[in-house]
Design a protein around this ligand. Structure first.
Ligand code: ADP
Ligand code: MG
Length: 251
């Protein structure tokens, strides 16, 4: 299963979900690859020291002969490896636009290593440009994190339109895995309101598991840990574990 986590709104929990779902699958015993497609490299630095990175995913995708193995980094978690990003990835947007196979670059690369993993998770930047399109073309499934807030659904039209375009042209099998409600605070009226809007729009595509606002989730990246070792008894840990189990059931 290749899961792209996308929403062109920033700060909705794409990276937090990528990092902790990847860790959750690994701890459940699945061989997992986390692919960081965001030039901001937040997923990467959540696990590894960027100083130690010689090649990043940009080198792997831009067409030079840097191999998968040369880019691949192990993490402290058994079963979990990462294709790290760096700021150089920002150059990929303009590079791919002018190339005939521009939409397929990541897919071509991922397809040849897919057999090694049970789950591949792709984290994306807060845009709907070539990098996100590449991530959608390479995926079997799209997971959309939506923050339970007043402007929750702002921009989802554009995301769904991009999803449909990718399905129509480049990746007809792409499926919406689900929508996960993030940064949820059940004590607030706004959370309840936006929850019902999200439910109305996405119906049974909304995961039963919600991710609550939990400060532990915010803290763990600074220690290069996922929530499961940083705060194993936190709400964040139990909710991301539960979300991973929901996805496994689906898979
Ligand atoms: P995105 O990748 O969509 O931009 P992030 O995952 O980086 O979003 O989250 C944005 C900010 O909110 C980060 O500082 C992150 O630590 C924090 N955050 C994300 N999810 C939660 C949560 N459930 N509870 C508390 N803080 C969170
Ligand atoms: Mg992010």
């Amino acid at each position: 299963m290749v899961i792209t986590i996308a929403n062109q709104k920033g700060g909705v929990g794409k990276t937090t979900s990528s990092v902790n779902l990847a860790a959750a699958f690994s701890f459940l015993g699945y061989k997992t690859l986390l692919v960081d497609m965001d030039p901001q490299a937040n997923s990467t630095v959540s696990f590894i020291d960027p100083q130690g990175i010689r090649f990043s995913i940009f080198d792997f995708l831009e067409g030079s002969d840097v191999s998968f193995e040369e880019v691949l980094q192990k993490t402290d978690i058994n079963n979990l490896s990462i294709l790290p990003a760096s700021i150089s990835l920002a150059k990929l947007e303009s590079k791919l636009i002018s190339e005939i196979d521009g939409h397929f670059r990541l897919k071509d690369k991922i397809d040849s290593v897919k057999y090694k993993y049970d789950f591949i998770i792709i984290d994306t930047p807060p845009t709907l440009g070539m990098i996100t399109i590449n991530s959608l073309v390479a995926a079997s499934h799209l997971l959309i994190p939506i923050q339970a807030s007043y402007f929750a659904l702002e921009g989802t039209d554009d995301l769904l339109e991009t999803f449909e375009k990718v399905r129509a042209r480049s990746n007809p099998d792409l499926t919406i895995l689900g929508v996960v409600i993030t940064l949820y605070d059940k004590r607030t009226v706004i959370a309840k309101d936006s929850e019902s809007h999200i439910q109305k729009l996405f119906g049974d595509k909304v995961f039963k598991t919600y991710i609550s606002r939990n400060v532990r989730l915010e803290e763990s990246p600074a220690y290069k840990e996922s929530i499961f070792t940083f705060a194993p008894n936190s709400k964040g840990a139990s909710e991301y574990r539960q979300l991973a189990e929901e996805i496994v059931k689906h898979a």
